[in-house]
Every structure is written in C-alpha cells, then in structure tokens.
Design a protein around this ligand. Structure first.
Ligand code: GDP
Length: 406
C-alpha cells in the first residue's frame, strides 16, 4: 500500500518507532514531517537498540530513504551524533534527504529554553525556540548554509556566544551533507506518483499537537495527520492512517491526564513498560487507557486502523480498566474538552475487564493470545470504531501480531 501515515494517538511515546520500522519493510521512503530531535523513537532489532531522534525509523532498512520534510527543525550536531551512534552499532549509514527549507536548531535556541521547559515537559533541545524563530521570520534554514558570510551575520545577530566556532561547525556540516540537502517535496511527490510505498512517521502524539492537543501543554508542531501537508508541502492521498496507542496511557511533564494512576498500578506500568523518556530518561506518568481521548484522536485523524502496543505490559494485573466517559461538573460526557482546566476536572468513568496471565513475549499470532487479551482488543475496536491491525507483544522487532489490514 503506497501512502501510509503512522500517527501517535496519545501524548507521544506510543512506540511508533517499532510500528514505523515494521511497516517500512520494502518501502521506498520514510518521511518525518514534524518535530525535531525531541522525538525519541526506539527500534530494537538484531543489531541492538537504535535510539532515533531525527533519522526516520524506516531508514534503518537498506533501500529505504529517510526524508526530513521542511516541518522538521534540524539540529546538525544532534544528527551527526545520532549517525555516529548508529555507525558504532555496526549499522550501514542510512540514506537521507534533508529539506533545504527545514529550519536549523542552533545553540542559542537551546540556551533560550529556560524556566517554562520543565513545566511543559519539553526536552530542552531548543525545539520550541527554533519554531518560534521560524514563525517570527528570523530563522536560519538549511539552504542558507550555502552562504557562510550570511550564516556568520545571522549567528552574531542572534547573540550566539562563539560565532566563529559555531560557523565552522556549520560549514563542516554543509560540506559533508550538501549532497543530501535538497527538494524533499518533489522527491516525495515523485515517489507517490510512481506508486512507491512511502511511510510518514509522526513524532509526538495527537494530544500534543500545537492546536489540537491539550494546549498549552503541547509541543510546537503539527503532530496529527494534518501535519503531513504542513511539513512536506505534498497533498498526499493516504491509503492507510495508522493510529498508534499503548494499551494504557502515559504522559511526560505537567498537564491534565484524567486516567493517571499515581499508586501501585502506575508503578507497575512504569516498571513493566520501561516508561522512562528515550530522550531525557525522565519517568513518565502512567495510567489506564482513555477511550474518550482515543475517540477524539480518531475524530481528528480519521484512522483506518489502530496499532495497539505494549499489550504484554498489562499481563498479570488483577483487572484491566478502560475509561469510557468523563464526569465534568457532575455531568457525564464523552467530549474531549478544549480547555486544559476542564480536562483537569474530568473524572474518568471506568469499565473493568478481566485480565490475563503473561508473559506474551513469544506471541506472534492472534490465536496465541489469551482469550481475555483478545477480548480486550476487540473491546477497544468496538469502543473506538476502528480495527486493531497490529498488536505489540514485546519490545523486539518481531514482537508484533500483524493481523493484516483491517
Ligand atoms: P516512540 O517515541 O513512540 O517510538 O516510543 P518510545 O521509543 O519512547 O517507546 C517505545 C519503547 O517501548 C521502546 O523501548 C520499545 O522498544 C518498547 N516497545 C515497543 N513496542 C513494545 C511492546 O509491544 N511491548 C513492550 N513491552 N515494549 C515495547
């Protein structure tokens, strides 16, 4: 199937990396369209654990070109570090095409990310300030690196501490990467016109979208399916829109989280699910699956299917709960509120389902899942109105039940 979008359906960290990697087998391209090195996509394969921040997850497959669209903000130092880490794992260098229109994340952006960073749960990688400069029309783009003098001027104007050093680094980066900087938009359009498989890899999740997420506790870019046009300039007729959701919920930083569990259940999910940030190492807040939020994510993105990840983490619990509605101000509702304050006041109404015994780690086919786990998956399909086509049963690349499309 040629055009596939993989979109986080929650607050990010849904294990998109593994799903994108799985769906990119045989693909011509894997495209990032939003965010920057604040993304932390993890792929575990036979060569080890690859932690990807800018390199699209599909580009680990030989023959799959990794494309960074202009909606991505690119930190050249982070990209070089990431490539060096992949090289150290004995991986072939991924083929890349970087949009000439993409904005750079520069040292002054990282320096500017101050007090608000912790509160908003940002990764302090200068992403927000880089997007601010882009909107304020004072950013520096990859194409600008062709003119070293104007790069120096720009750095000085922006109050960079050691202009000479930074300018030299950028010149070296340009010398090394100039053959990979170009017109990403037309390359994507051409691949789609030739009916090649192109996978669009969303970073962060729907509930962190600048406009559609839980503002102001959001990221600075367009994280939903609508970000694909925004961040590539291509009008894509998508064949599949895969919403990735964990079998429970996590969130990083502050912000409303109706189904959060701060006690034993939260600790169970954190430890079993290894819920610590891939980029920052911070513990994630954990809680039950929230169908109100998931239905909202579906309404925004129009998922053709869901990938339900980390089902194995729930194995062994006494019962598994799912939030089916909120109570806000004494009224029952299935609306996902626009105001963070209102969402913070929402009390979840739960349905408890029978749990199952683990481990699920060896399960590769649907029939191998315990009946209660199958029931849980079916129950989510009915509750959201979208088929679950992929189920994650462990961290490794093979630990996926692929039920085929729809
Ligand atoms: P992303 O940013 O959405 O790619 O998510 P992260 O990389 O932060 O989180 C995914 C983590 O969960 C990685 O460490 C994966 O190896 C792991 N993982 C992925 N799928 C599964 C699964 O089905 N079960 C378990 N237990 N771990 C998984």
């Amino acid at each position: 199937m040629p055009a596939i979008a993989v979109i986080g359906a929650q607050w990010g960290d849904e294990a998109k990396g593994k799903i994108v990697h799985h769906l990119s087998r045989g693909a011509r391209m894997c495209v990032r369209f939003n965010g920057g090195a604040n993304a932390g996509h993890t792929v575990e394969d036979r060569l080890g654990t690859a932690r990807l921040h800018l390199v699209p997850s599909g580009a680990l497959h030989p023959g799959c070109l990794g494309v960074l669209g202009h909606g991505v903000v690119l930190d050249p130092w982070a990209l070089q570090e990431e490539l060096a880490a992949l090289w150290a794992q004995g991986r072939p260098e991924p083929a890349l095409l970087l949009s000439e229109r993409a904005h750079l994340v520069l040292p002054h952006h990282r320096a500017r990310e101050g007090e608000a960073a912790g509160r908003l749960g940002t990764t302090r990688r200068g992403i927000g300030p880089a997007y601010e400069d882009r909107a304020a029309r004072r950013g520096l783009r990859l194409a600008d690196l062709a003119d070293p003098l104007s790069v120096r001027d720009h750095l000085a104007r922006m109050g960079t501490e050691s202009v000479g050093e930074v300018a030299e680094d950028l010149a070296r980066f340009y010398a090394q990467f100039s053959d990979r900087i170009g017109d990403a938009r037309s390359a994507i359009a051409a691949a789609l016109a030739a009916r090649e498989t192109v996978v669009f890899e969303g970073a962060q999740g729907t509930l962190l979208d600048l406009d559609l997420g839980t503002y102001p506790y959001v990221t600075s870019s367009a994280t939903t399916v609508h970000g694909i046009g925004w961040g590539t300039g291509v009008r894509v007729a998508l064949d599949r829109v895969v919403g990735v959701t964990k079998a429970y919920t996590t969130r990083v930083g502050e912000g409303p989280f109706p189904t959060e569990e701060t006690g034993e259940v939260g600790a169970w999910l954190r430890e079993r699910g290894r819920e610590y940030g891939a980029t920052t190492g911070r513990p994630r807040r954990c809680g039950w699956l929230d169908l109100v939020a998931l239905r909202y994510a579906h309404a925004v993105n129009g998922f053709t299917e869901l990938a339900l990840t980390k089902l194995d983490v729930l194995a062994g619990l006494d019962e598994v709960k799912v939030c089916v509605a909120y109570r806000i101000g004494g009224h029952r509702t299935d609306r996902f509120p626009a105001r963070a304050e209102e969402l913070a006041a929402a009390e979840p109404e739960y349905v408890a389902l029978p749990a199952w015994e683990g481990p699920l780690r060896d399960v590769r086919d649907w029939g191998g899942l315990p009946r209660e786990a199958q029931r849980f998956v079916r129950w989510i399909e009915e509750g959201v109105g979208v088929p679950v086509s992929l189920v994650g049963t462990g961290p490794g690349e093979g630990a996926v039940i692929d039920r085929g499309r729809g």
